[in-house]
Design a protein around this ligand. Structure first.
Ligand SMILES: [Zn+2]
Length: 443
């Protein structure tokens, strides 16, 4: 039924290109600016209707789609008896070199040895993991006859492990062909996520974000089968996270909660998860930044990241993430940093389309007094983000953005976001360009 409705919408859109003045459907599929005959920046009405219909179908389908929350374990050592119970005796741990060298894997390794479970470690995951990372880890998985995957680290390692799982079950489908939504649709090997940052929420999401090392295009793969089966939420693993990463990964979690909340696919559950996450972040992020040994703040931030991840996996993110991904792919800009800097500018660019929801969020989280107008309250919320960034040494601009890259980057961002992300206001590639100029550091 769902597939039928979806196919019908796609057909309707395919047949409707003539109404936007394009010569062909291929031309109509191009980013809006290329077929904007009058030089207008706004999205044409047919594309708008298509995007909104697409998003509405996915929103209606939320109750019947196979979302699930991972089983939670307290310590990495708990993985070993869990695997034993599942009769799994050989696993691949996907991590990065820093974590491997730091000794953080030691308790897990010892527990695996105690339960006679063989393991291999792939420790070459880079920030913004690449297709080459995934393929090399996959070779290790197959070569060592592994039967399960443990993503141990920040979002990059967990995303890499997810993509390895997808490639294991889809040997004939290259990673690039998994870009977008529902391109896997096949059960992965058992996947366990052990986050060592409190931000990406990758331990609970259906997304894996991979970068094509040749084109420097960073793209998300979204599929229910990418949601890990098990997540280990141990604040001790985030204790040694450096101050700047505590700050930027925490602001990434805030971006997830805010983008899910202001989007059009918010549900009762994701509404609640977002509010709880924002409250936890406002109350704990700066504490965890100031004192990395404040384990209560660290535990609350891990919980906030999980809730924000659960919110956006159903209600999606928005243009802030699409632009951040394009910058991560091209310049390796860390994901959390890009979102932290972009978020206030993105909310301003949405303008009055977010006043009501953002104002509401500002009021329920105590940022604004209930007597204020939505516009005033939403501006206070944006001010709050800027203040947090400033307090934690996050810059107002990003270095390294080249003006000649902006057309390409905004094209990537527009293609990622439309029609999938149920943003408060639909924007064209041309409109998104403003965000790059807003955050570009003047040389
Ligand atoms: Zn994110």
């Amino acid at each position: 039924m769902f597939a039928l409705v979806f196919t019908s919408i796609w057909r309707m859109y395919s047949m409707s290109y003539e109404y936007c003045g394009c010569e062909s459907f291929e031309e109509a599929k191009q980013p809006s600016f290329t077929h904007d005959k009058k030089g207008k920046r706004d999205m044409n009405i047919v594309k708008k209707a298509y995007c909104r219909t697409f998003q509405t179908v996915f929103k209606w389908a939320i109750p019947v789609l196979p979302y699930r929350s991972p089983k939670r374990l307290k310590k990495a050592e708990d993985i070993a008896p869990y695997l034993k119970k599942k009769n799994i005796n050989n696993v691949l741990i996907v991590t990065d070199n820093f974590i491997h060298k730091s000794g953080m894997l030691k308790p897990l390794k010892e527990a695996l040895e105690k339960y006679a479970i063989e393991y291999s470690v792939f420790d070459e995951t880079v920030a913004n993991p690449t297709v080459a990372n995934v393929e090399k880890a996959r070779s290790m998985y197959l070569g060592n006859s592994c039967k399960a995957l443990i993503g141990f680290g920040g979002g990059s390692s967990i995303d890499c492990a997810k993509a390895v799982g997808a490639r294991v079950v889809k040997p004939n489908q290259p990673i690039r062909k998994m870009k977008g939504i529902l391109k896997i649709w096949k059960k992965l090997p058992l996947l366990i996520a052990v986050p060592t940052t409190a931000g990406t929420g990758s331990e609970v999401t259906l997304a894996s974000v991979i970068t094509d090392g040749e084109t420097r295009h960073k793209f998300p793969i979204n599929d229910f089968f990418l949601i890990p089966k098990v997540a280990v939420l141990d604040p001790e693993l985030t204790r040694s996270l450096p101050k700047n990463l505590t700050a930027t990964t925490g602001m990434d979690a805030l971006t997830h909660a805010v983008e899910a909340y202001i989007g059009r696919s918010v549900t009762r559950d994701t509404h609640e998860d977002s509010i709880k996450a924002v409250n936890l972040i406002f109350a704990n992020l700066e504490k965890a930044y100031e004192d990395g040994d404040d384990m209560k703040a660290r535990a609350n931030m891990l919980r906030a990241a999980f809730l924000a991840g659960r919110a956006f996996t159903k209600s999606y993110v928005g243009y802030c993430h699409a632009v951040a991904h394009s910058l991560g792919g091209k310049y390796n800009t860390p994901h959390g940093l890009a979102n932290a800097v972009l978020l206030p500018y993105t909310l301003e660019l949405y303008g009055e389309s977010v006043y009501e929801k953002l104002g509401d969020l500002a009021k329920v989280t105590g940022v604004a007094d209930k007597s204020l107008s939505d516009e005033e309250a939403s501006k206070l919320f944006i001010h709050k983000i800027r203040t947090m960034n400033k307090n934690m040494g996050i810059p107002e601009k990003l270095s390294g953005i080249e003006e000649e890259d902006i057309v390409q980057l905004s094209t990537y961002a527009e293609k990622e976001a439309n029609p999938l992300y149920p943003v408060p206001k639909l924007m064209t590639r041309k409109e998104l360009e403003k965000l790059y100029y807003d955050v570009m550091e003047e040389s």
